[in-house]
Design a protein around this ligand. Structure first.
Ligand SMILES: [Zn+2]
Ligand SMILES: [Zn+2]
Length: 94
């Protein structure tokens, strides 16, 4: 496959589109998950995809444990305590 004049930009767009699709798919995965363990992994993947689709850590908190940012748009909620699960250390953010 050859990329023309706008090849790089198109490539980035495609990456963004597929990241966005994956992000949505992960959201469905988290909705089906019933245990905390099942939620941690998609939460981590969402955090990894977030930069590609422009989801930022606006209006976030920091993990009390590792001080990584926590965003309600990205992190998943713990079914036990309803707080968000940190994607870096796996702690419930409370
Ligand atoms: Zn919890
Ligand atoms: Zn943490």
């Amino acid at each position: 496959m050859s990329y023309g004049k706008f090849g790089i930009r198109q490539m980035l767009c495609e990456r963004q589109a597929s990241a966005s699709a994956n992000f949505d798919a992960l959201e469905e995965e988290t909705e089906k998950a019933s245990t905390r363990e099942e939620l941690v992994e998609p939460g981590r993947k969402r955090a990894a995809l977030a930069p590609y689709i422009g989801v930022s850590y606006v209006s976030t908190s920091q993990c009390w444990n590792c001080e990584e940012p926590i965003s309600s748009d990205i992190q998943v909620q713990c079914p036990g305590c309803r707080f968000y699960i940190c994607s870096s250390c796996g702690s419930c953010f409370s």
